[in-house]
Design a protein around this ligand. Structure first.
Ligand SMILES: N[C@@H](CCC(=O)N[C@@H](CS)C(=O)NCC(=O)O)C(=O)O
Length: 375
C-alpha cells in the first residue's frame, strides 16, 4: 500500500449575505460562520488514473439532509406547471418540484423524502443563505450579481427562458412600442422589474410600472384592468394565463426582452452539495440523451455499454466521489424520470401549457441541454 494518510485542516468561511431585495442590491447584514472540519484524504493519485476514488469530503448540507431524512427545497406555490399546490391533492407539483424530488432521490434514494418551503421572490435568497433550505429551485434566473453577491452557487440551467409581455387581445397592442404611455404590472424582487426598466428606456418607451410583491397580486391587478401589460418570464406568463378570468382574451407578445436561464442554487462554500445538485440535473439530461427513462431503465441494467453502466452505477465509483451510493442516477431516473419526462409531465402537450421545448432540447437536437461526460 502506498497510500499516505494525513490530516488536512479544512477551514472555510461562509459569508452569508442576507438581503432584503432579491435583485441583489440591498445588502442588510453580513453573517460570518466559521466551520472547521478534519478530513482524511488519500495521497493524491494522478487525475483520471484507475486508482480508487478518494472519499468525498462530505459536505455539511449532505450530513444535515441525512440526519433530517429529507431535502428541503425553496420553491414556489404560485406558478402552475413549475411550482404550485395541486388543489385536488394538496401536494406540491411542477417542473421545479420534480427537480427537488430528483435531488432527494439522488441524495437519499427516496424521491418522496423532500419538503417544499414556498418563497416569494423577495425572500428566496435569504432563506437559502440562512440554511433554512438546502437548495432553491424556484424559477430563479442565473445572473452574475446573484452568483457573486448572494452567497449562492448556480447549478445547471433546467429551463432556458426569456422575459415576455402579456396584453389584452382587444387592446390592439402588437409590440412593446404599443405600450407607450401605458401601465405595466410587474413583481418586485425579480430580474423582470429591472429588465423592464432597461428595455423600455433603451427603446425610448415611456411607461408606468405598477409593482406588487407576489405573483397573485400582480396577476390579479392586471386581470382587474389596473395595467395595460403584465410582464414576467415567458414561462411565468403562460402559467399565470390559465389563472386569468378569461385566458383566451390575452396574448403574449412575440418579443423576448431578456435571457432568463432558470435553475437551482446551492449555498456557496459547500461544493459537495453543489456537485450533488449539479450532477442530479446532468443525470436527467444524460438519461434523455441515452434514451433511458423511468419505464425502460431496468432493461438497460446488465448491458455492456460503458457509458450506460457508469450512468446506472453498475461500474465505476461515480457516486462515491459525492458521498452517494453509486446508483444515485439510477434512482433519479427510476423514481422521477429523465428530463424529457419531467418536461412532458409538467409542461408538455398533455398539460394546459403545451410549451414547445425550444432551447430546452438536447444539444443533439439544436438545444442547449448538454451533460458533461459521466466518466
Ligand atoms: N426569473 C425571474 C422571475 C422569477 C419570479 O419570481 N417570478 C414571479 C412571477 S411568475 C414568481 O414566481 N412569483 C411567485 C411568487 O412571488 O409567489 C427572477 O429570477 O427574478
Amino acid at each position: 500500500m502506498n497510500k499516505k494518510h494525513f490530516l488536512v485542516l479544512v477551514s472555510f468561511v461562509l459569508i452569508a449575505l442576507l438581503l432584503v431585495a432579491c435583485g441583489g442590491e440591498a445588502q442588510v447584514e453580513t453573517v460570518t460562520v466559521e466551520v472547521t472540519r478534519v478530513v482524511e484524504v488519500t495521497a493524491a493519485a494522478p487525475a483520471d488514473a484507475a486508482a480508487p476514488a478518494a472519499p468525498a469530503a462530505e459536505g455539511i448540507t449532505l450530513q444535515t439532509v441525512r440526519e433530517r431524512g429529507t431535502v428541503k427545497c425553496g420553491g414556489n406555490q404560485a406558478v402552475p406547471g413549475f411550482g404550485y399546490i395541486n388543489p385536488d391533492t394538496n401536494e406540491f407539483e411542477g417542473f421545479d418540484i420534480d427537480f427537488c424530488k430528483a435531488v432527494a432521490a439522488a441524495a437519499l434514494g427516496d424521491a418522496t423524502a423532500f419538503e417544499i418551503r414556498p418563497t416569494t421572490a423577495n425572500e428566496r435568497f435569504p432563506v437559502l443563505q440562512s440554511g433554512e433550505i438546502d437548495v432553491l429551485i424556484r424559477n430563479t434566473t442565473w445572473t452574475l450579481s446573484r452568483d457573486t453577491q448572494l452567497g449562492a452557487d448556480f447549478q445547471p440551467t433546467t429551463f432556458f427562458d426569456g422575459q415576455g409581455m402579456m396584453v389584452r387581445k382587444d387592446s390592439g397592442i402588437t409590440d412593446l412600442a404599443g405600450l407607450a404611455g401605458g401601465t405595466i404590472c410587474v413583481q418586485s424582487g425579480t430580474t423582470t422589474e429591472k429588465n423592464l426598466a432597461d428595455v423600455f428606456r433603451a427603446q425610448g418607451i415611456d411607461f408606468e410600472p405598477v409593482v406588487f410583491d407576489d405573483a397573485d397580486k400582480t396577476r390579479e391587478a392586471y386581470d382587474a384592468g389596473q395595467c395595460d401589460g403584465f410582464t414576467t418570464d415567458k414561462s411565468g406568463l403562460v402559467s399565470q394565463q390559465i389563472l386569468l378570468a378569461d385566458p383566451a382574451a390575452h396574448t403574449i407578445l412575440d418579443e423576448t426582452m431578456s435571457k432568463e436561464p432558470l435553475g437551482p442554487l446551492t449555498r456557496h462554500g459547500d461544493n459537495n452539495w453543489g456537485d450533488i445538485v449539479m450532477w442530479t440535473v446532468n443525470c436527467t439530461f444524460q438519461a434523455e440523451e441515452l434514451g433511458i427513462d423511468s419505464t425502460n431503465v431496468d432493461s438497460f441494467l446488465g448491458g455492456d455499454d460503458p457509458v450506460v453502466q457508469n450512468v446506472l452505477g453498475e461500474t465505476g465509483d461515480l457516486g462515491a466521489g459525492m458521498g452517494l451510493s453509486n446508483d444515485w442516477c439510477y434512482q433519479v431516473i427510476k423514481q422521477v424520470g429523465n428530463y424529457a419526462e419531467i418536461y412532458a409531465r409538467n409542461l408538455g402537450p398533455d398539460t394546459p401549457f403545451n410549451l414547445p421545448r425550444g432551447l430546452n432540447q438536447q444539444w443533439t437536437d439544436g438545444g442547449l441541454l448538454y451533460s458533461p461526460p459521466f466518466r
